[in-house]
Every structure is written in structure tokens, then in C-alpha cells.
Design a protein around this ligand. Structure first.
Ligand code: HGY
Ligand code: MN
Ligand code: MN
Length: 416
């Protein structure tokens, strides 16, 4: 397949302007974003993305999970399309670029092809996957997971947020429950641009991460039950303190992750304490343990040691404990052909690059099950993400979008 010319570049100012305009929707309190999935703000962001895409001549399709597909025709309408995209939903204290760069970077590819009057044999489809973050409705990458046949749609529709609202009802409420059968679309390939969300690229002075693999993820929701009692008048020997039990389990989580250094990681980001009153000993705590590693046997070892060790802690403290697996996927190896297209693009464009294992999960990790898939990453300042202070440079955004465009266009085959 003929490669695009090295001078085929995107419009960095236009991409940056779109990123800043999208960031105005669902602003956070410290310069980032709170545009959680299926909120009114998510609906507003979707509408803006739809407008931009239709202004660029794209035709929209929406499936029953709310996944958005914006199609640019190819010269061969029967050829399998090349998909490109990521997610517009954010963490509650998210940044402006996590996911959004991949969706708007995909749109910038289209805008550039339109500017240059370039046609491709295969159609190109820019995608916004619903609920990548999994923060409001667990698990993460929910809609791409249903698309890839990992989760059943009915199960996904019943997922509840902290207020008991269901995914299905909220998707209908914001008006983005489409008609298309989820997963019916077939792809020639899928490419995702994403910020690294880690420190390696910036520390090594690299512009581009050629993502060859993604580490695996395990989310175990733990419920520890003791007995609510007065924090003042209850003698220490009589206490069944669920909060203390959780503290000991979280110490164990940290020890388990460190025991598999340097690659494994572990923590709990979600913690609910009941009744969460200053003068009541916690009677119940619910928290989610997030373990990750590039190595499946390490993840399985960490899960087992968590169960065994936490059960022992609770037995000794006369607390009860329950475990529920609420998310997870095995380590991912991306498609060699797509990875090569990305690496060759970075070379052609003169960007410093290195191979990389993705520390975070992405929709690409599931789509990789149903189509040849790979990811491009750009650095982020101090490797910081899932924090409103998340920051990238315009140059990094442009480099990522250009490499993405070259890989997509080469795969979609330019028609002279
Ligand atoms: O959890 C993750 O890795 C992704 O950011 N949802
Ligand atoms: Mn993301
Ligand atoms: Mn994220």
C-alpha cells in the first residue's frame, strides 16, 4: 500500500482549537473536565462532535450502546472501513485530553483529507465509544466491550451508578440510544490515539509511543462488614471496625503489588464508608481493588493473594468479607501490521518514537478482539492523568494526530 507523502500534515491550530472548545463542555473545578458518561454534559459534548463531523461531510450512525460512528465514504463503498477514535467521557476530576484527543484527532484526519481533496479506497469512520472510563458505570470500556462481544448488552443496561440509575435508562434519557445493532459493524482496522497517562515518553524526550501491548487489568469490589457503634463509648476490645479492616487490606494490596515490581501496580480508587459519620465506627466499607500487570499470571497471583490475605485479616477481626469481580481484561498484544504502520509513520514524519506497553486500559484493548488494532500515544506533562491538571503541548497533540492520520490513510489506501 502506497504510504502518504511525508509532507502530509494536519492543521495543529484547528485540532487544538477543537480540543479547547470541547473542554468548555462539562468543566471541572480546577481547569479540567467533569463530563461523565451519560450525563447532560456528555450529551452536549456528543452534539458538538456530531455537528463538527456533519460540517465535515460525515454521516452519523449510532448503535444501541450509544457508540457514535461518523463515516467518510471511500471510492469503494463495499470495502471494509478503517475505524479511528476513542472516548469523549471523562473522569469526575478528569483532564481535557484523555480520550478526547483520540476522537478529535480522528476528526482532524478527516478535516485534513477534505482540505487536500484526498480520497481513499476504504471508508474511514471516526468513533466515540460510550463509557470508556467506567467511573460512573463499572466496568471501564463498557460499550466497546459489548461491541466486541465481551459483555451482554442486557447486563450492561442494568449497570447502576452510585444513585441507583441504570446505564440503559440514562442512555435513553440523554437521547443517545441508537437503533443500530451493537457489534454488527465490521472493520478493516481500528486505530486509537491517546495520551500516554504515564511518564516514559516525556522523560525520554520521545514524541510518539508505538503501542505494541496493553497491560491487563483486574477490578475486585470488596465489601467488609463489621458493626456500627459509638466511637466514644465502645471499648476497643468490643469493636468490629470495618474501616480498620479495610486499612489492613489496602496495606496488603500495596505489599502484593510491590512484590511483583517493577511492572505490577495496585491500589483502590473507589472507597465508600458507611455510615461515614464522624462518631460512628464504620459498620461497612465497599472498595474496588485495581490490580494491573503486563503478565496474566502475575494478575492471577495478585487476585488470589488478595482473597486469601483479606479473608485472613477479616477472620482475625471477626469481620465478614465478600469479593465481586467487577472488571478486567487480559494483557493485550496489538496487531503487528497496524503497529508497523504506526512505527513507519513516525519514522516518515521524523518523530522520535519508542515502543510502549500501555499502562491504562483503552477501547482499543477490546476492539483488538474483533479487528486488527493498534494505538499511538503522545506524551503528557509529568505523566499525569485522571487529574484536572493533565496537560499536553500543541506540538505533542499534532505529532500524535499526524502519525494517526498516516497510519489510517495508508491502511485505507489513497486513491490517486
Ligand atoms: O482505567 C483505565 O485504565 C482507563 O483509563 N479507563
Ligand atoms: Mn482514556
Ligand atoms: Mn481515563
Amino acid at each position: 500500500m502506497a504510504a502518504p507523502a511525508a509532507n502530509m500534515r494536519i492543521n495543529a491550530d484547528r485540532l487544538w482549537d477543537s480540543l479547547m472548545k470541547m473542554a468548555e463542555i462539562g468543566p471541572g473545578v480546577a481547569g479540567g473536565n467533569n463530563r461523565q458518561t451519560l450525563t447532560d454534559e456528555d450529551g452536549e459534548g456528543r452534539k458538538l462532535f456530531q455537528k463538527w463531523c456533519e460540517d465535515a461531510g460525515l454521516e452519523m450512525g449510532v448503535d444501541t450502546m450509544g457508540n457514535m460512528f461518523m463515516r467518510r465514504e471511500g471510492t469503494d463503498p463495499d470495502a471494509l472501513p478503517v475505524y479511528v477514535g476513542s472516548h469523549l467521557d471523562t473522569q469526575p476530576t478528569g483532564g481535557k485530553y484523555d480520550g478526547v484527543l483520540g476522537v478529535l484527532g480522528g476528526l482532524e484526519c478527516i478535516r485534513t483529507l477534505n482540505d487536500l481533496g484526498i480520497k481513499t479506497k476504504h471508508p474511514i469512520v471516526v468513533t466515540n465509544w460510550t463509557n470508556e472510563e467506567g467511573t460512573r458505570f463499572a466496568p471501564a470500556m463498557l460499550a466497546s466491550g459489548v461491541f466486541a462481544g465481551i459483555h451482554e448488552q442486557d447486563w450492561a443496561y442494568q449497570r447502576q451508578d452510585a444513585k441507583g440509575k441504570t446505564f440503559g435508562d440514562e442512555l435513553t434519557r440523554i437521547g443517545w440510544r441508537g437503533e443500530e445493532e451493537v457489534g454488527a459493524r465490521k472493520m478493516k482496522a481500528f486505530f486509537e490515539l491517546h495520551i500516554e497517562q504515564g511518564p516514559i515518553l516525556e522523560a525520554e524526550g520521545k514524541d510518539i509511543g508505538v503501542v505494541t501491548h496493553g497491560q491487563g487489568l483486574s477490578w475486585t469490589q470488596v465489601t467488609i462488614t463489621g458493626k456500627e457503634a459509638h466511637t466514644g463509648s465502645t471499648p476497643m476490645p468490643m469493636r468490629r471496625n470495618a474501616g480498620l479492616g479495610m486499612a489492613k487490606v489496602l496495606q496488603l494490596v500495596d505489599e502484593i503489588a510491590w512484590s511483583h515490581k517493577p511492572d505490577a501496580v495496585g491500589a483502590a480508587g473507589h472507597i465508600d464508608v458507611y455510615p461515614n459519620s464522624r462518631n460512628v465506627i464504620p459498620g461497612k466499607v465497599v472498595f474496588t481493588v485495581d490490580f494491573r500487570s503486563p503478565n496474566l499470571s502475575v494478575i492471577e497471583d495478585m487476585e488470589q493473594r488478595l482473597k486469601d490475605g483479606a479473608q485472613k485479616i477479616c477472620d482475625e477481626m471477626e469481620l465478614s468479607i465478600e469479593f465481586e469481580k467487577v472488571g478486567g481484561f487480559d494483557p493485550v498484544e496489538f496487531d503487528a501490521g497496524c503497529v508497523t504502520a504506526i512505527r513507519d509513520a513516525a519514522e516518515r514524519l521524523g518523530y522520535a518514537h519508542r515502543d510502549l506497553i500501555s499502562g491504562a486500559g483503552h477501547d482499543a484493548c477490546w476492539i483488538n478482539r474483533v479487528a486488527p488494532t493498534a494505538m499511538v500515544m503522545c506524551p503528557c506533562v509529568d505523566g499525569l492523568s485522571h487529574n484536572e491538571a493533565e496537560e499536553i503541548s500543541k506540538e505533542w497533540a499534532a505529532a500524535g494526530a499526524e502519525v494517526l492520520m498516516h497510519a489510517v490513510v495508508e491502511t485505507a489506501q489513497i486513491v490517486e
